[in-house]
Design a protein around this ligand. Structure first.
Ligand SMILES: N[C@@H](CCC(=O)N[C@@H](CS)C(=O)NCC(=O)O)C(=O)O
Length: 222
C-alpha cells in the first residue's frame, strides 16, 4: 500500500488541490475513488469512518485522517518542507489567500461548474448569474495580485498557489468562459505552476474521468 491515500474524484477541484500537492512533493500516494455523483459521501459509513463533514478530499496517512484541502496542504508542506510559507508573515499571508480561495474564488466557481455540467437539473438562472458574477469578481482580485507578484505570496510558489489552482485547469467548455484569456496575469501564473516538476492535470491523476456515455447530468444524485 502507498504511504498516503487520497479520497477524491476527477471532477473535484477541491480534491485536485491535495492530489496536485502530493504529486508536487513527490509523495508515494494512491487515489481512492469517491463515487460522489452516486452519493457515496452521504453514506453513513463515509460520515462515520472517513469524514463527518461528508466531503472529499480526505487524506489518510497511517492512523491520521485529514479533511479540508487547506489542512491537507499545510500538513503535506510541513512534512515535506516544500511549498511551505516561511515565517509568520508568510504563513498568515498564505492562509489569507487559502481562505479567500476556498470561500470566494473556487468556492463560487466550483458550484457554478457543478450546476452547469453535473447537477441532475440545470441551475436556476438567477443563482447561476450570482455564482458567475462572484467568481469573476474574485478572479479579478487574484489577477490584480498576480500582476504584482509571480506567485500569491511572493517570488516562489507556496500552498496558497496550490490551493488556488483548484478548478482553474479544467476545460473551458465546462465553464462557458475562458478564465485564462480574460485574466492575463492568472494565465501567466497557471503556466508557471504547470512548469513545476510533478504538475499534472486533474483528469490525469484522479479517478472517474471520463464519465460513462450518459454523463452524470442523466444520473440521479441520491
Ligand atoms: N473547503 C473544502 C471543500 C470540500 C468540498 O466541498 N468538496 C466537495 C466535492 S468537490 C464535496 O465533497 N461536497 C459535498 C457536500 O458539499 O455535501 C475543501 O477545500 O476541502
Amino acid at each position: 500500500m502507498s504511504e498516503y491515500q487520497l479520497y477524491c474524484f476527477a471532477q473535484s477541484g477541491n480534491a485536485y488541490r491535495a492530489a496536485l500537492m502530493l504529486n508536487l512533493v513527490g509523495a508515494d500516494w494512491e487515489p481512492k475513488w469517491v463515487d460522489f455523483f452516486g452519493g457515496a459521501q452521504r453514506a453513513p459509513t463515509y460520515r462515520e469512518e472517513i469524514n463527518e463533514m461528508g466531503e472529499a478530499p480526505v487524506l489518510v496517512h497511517g492512523d491520521r485522517i485529514l479533511s479540508q484541502s487547506g489542512v491537507i496542504l499545510t500538513y503535506l508542506a510541513r512534512r515535506s518542507g516544500k511549498y511551505l510559507p516561511q515565517g509568520e508573515d508568510e504563513e498568515l499571508e498564505a492562509l489569507r489567500w487559502i481562505i479567500f480561495d476556498n470561500q470566494k474564488v473556487n468556492g463560487f466557481l466550483g458550484p457554478y461548474r457543478f450546476f452547469k455540467n453535473f447537477a441532475p437539473k440545470p441551475g436556476d438562472p438567477a443563482v447561476m448569474e450570482f455564482l458567475k458574477g462572484r467568481a469573476l469578481a474574485s478572479l479579478g482580485i487574484v489577477d490584480k495580485r498576480l500582476e504584482k507578484k509571480p506567485f500569491l505570496v511572493g517570488d516562489r510558489p507556496t500552498i496558497a498557489d496550490v490551493s488556488m489552482t483548484a478548478y482553474l485547469y479544467y476545460p473551458v467548455e465546462e465553464f462557458g468562459f475562458d478564465i485564462a484569456k480574460e485574466h492575463p496575469a492568472i494565465a501567466g501564473w497557471l503556466e508557471r505552476m504547470k512548469a513545476l516538476p510533478g504538475w499534472a492535470h486533474p483528469y490525469d491523476i484522479m479517478p472517474g474521468y471520463p464519465f460513462g456515455t450518459d454523463g452524470y447530468r442523466n444520473r440521479k444524485v441520491s
